[in-house]
Design a protein around this ligand. Structure first.
Ligand SMILES: NC(=O)c1ccc[n+]([C@@H]2O[C@H](COP(=O)([O-])OP(=O)(O)OC[C@H]3O[C@@H](n4cnc5c(N)ncnc54)[C@H](O)[C@@H]3O)[C@@H](O)[C@H]2O)c1
Length: 303
């Protein structure tokens, strides 16, 4: 809290002036803190990288967990260049022992643990129930869902001991709405929502908040490397209510809020960060009574 400026009145529940560094004093683990390299546009970042950088800017000390340390090194470099503190931990989060060690290393280095952001996720095998590869299904479910339980399994005890903690699981709007061309990805992202809600119920009385973020069609290297054409990129934007492109930074800022004490009364939610994309399907089903289309940005509007 800004100690220079105090509220004029002692109002019940008033948190005071917001601190510029909302995560000052906190220690966070971000899994999947690397970004897959994409030569087409090296300035695009993934959700884990952006989250780690934003958390460090907010004052947190961050453990960057990734199985590809070469992908997460740049995250650590950016944080160091900006005067923040981060350690790099190589771990495959599908492996229970690696998750246990990652938490132990974080505690050994920073002495506490306040926040866990489970970002790791993969697209997994393509196809319908008839077509998909069964081994690929099991492996991708382990990466997308089991890994979040495993990281929480070891992150929870020190949080419970200190009486507070925030766990943030990265789901997807495809876990909220139908329409994805493959079965694995949306199924795993919906499972993350169930996992979030039940973990929130199990650990609320221990002071632990558990929330999920459901990003929409953010433009990340994972997306760009699949060969998104300019037309498709435009269509992804147009498929939102705001009709603007979203980036990993938008996801990171939502995570920073859920990690901070500003969200102290928020648990068990799934926060879409999607420029309204998950609501757009309602539009064609609800035409205006005058038959006109709503005006778009830049069009003159007369009262
Ligand atoms: N890009 C989007 O549009 C979008 C939309 C909704 C949700 N998401 C979700 O956001 C998350 C991150 O997506 P991104 O596009 O930023 O991904 P990314 O592929 O750029 O980064 C993922 C990172 O996770 C790491 N990783 C993968 N498997 C791992 C494992 N087993 N153990 C440890 N680290 C591992 C990778 O090495 C990589 O550094 C995923 O969960 C994804 O489903 C992305």
């Amino acid at each position: 809290m800004d100690t220079q400026r105090q509220p004029a009145r002692q109002l019940i529940g008033d948190p005071g002036f917001p601190a510029a560094r909302r995560l000052e004093g906190k220690v966070a683990i971000v899994s999947g803190a690397g970004t897959r390299p994409f030569s087409g546009e090296p300035r695009i970042v993934g959700n884990g990288k952006a989250t780690a950088v934003v958390f460090a800017r907010e004052g947190a000390r961050v453990a960057l967990v990734d199985q590809r340390t070469e992908w997460a090194e740049q995250t650590q470099e950016i944080i160091a260049e900006e005067g923040g503190q981060a350690i790099l931990i190589e771990a495959d989060v599908t492996d229970a022992e690696a998750c246990r060690t990652a938490v132990a290393k974080t505690l050994a280095e920073f002495g506490r643990l306040d926040v866990l952001v489970n970002v790791v996720g993969i697209t997994g095998p393509a196809g319908t129930a008839i077509e998909l590869d069964l081994e690929g299904w099991d492996q991708a479910m382990r990466v997308n869902v089991t890994s979040m339980m495993l990281m929480a399994r070891y992150a929870l005890p020190p949080m419970i001991e200190s009486g507070s903690g925030s766990i943030i699981n990265i789901s997807s709007v495809s876990g909220l709405i139908g329409g994805h061309p493959s079965l694995l990805y949306p199924t795993s992202k919906a499972a993350i929502i169930g996992l979030t809600r039940d973990m929130a119920a199990h650990h609320g009385r221990q002071g632990i908040r558990v929330n999920a973020i459901a990003p929409g069609t953010v433009f990340t290297p994972m997306v760009a490397s699949r060969g998104v054409t300019p037309e498709l990129r435009q269509a992804r934007m147009k498929g939102t209510l705001l009709e603007v492109e979203g980036y990993a930074w938008d996801v990171a800022n939502a995570a920073a809020f859920l990690a901070s004490d500003a969200s102290r009364w928020i648990t068990n939610i799934v926060l879409p960060v999607d420029a309204g994309a998950s609501a757009t399907r309602l539009q064609p089903l609800s035409p205006r009574s005058d038959g006109l289309l709503p005006p778009v940005r830049g069009e003159p509007v007369e009262p």
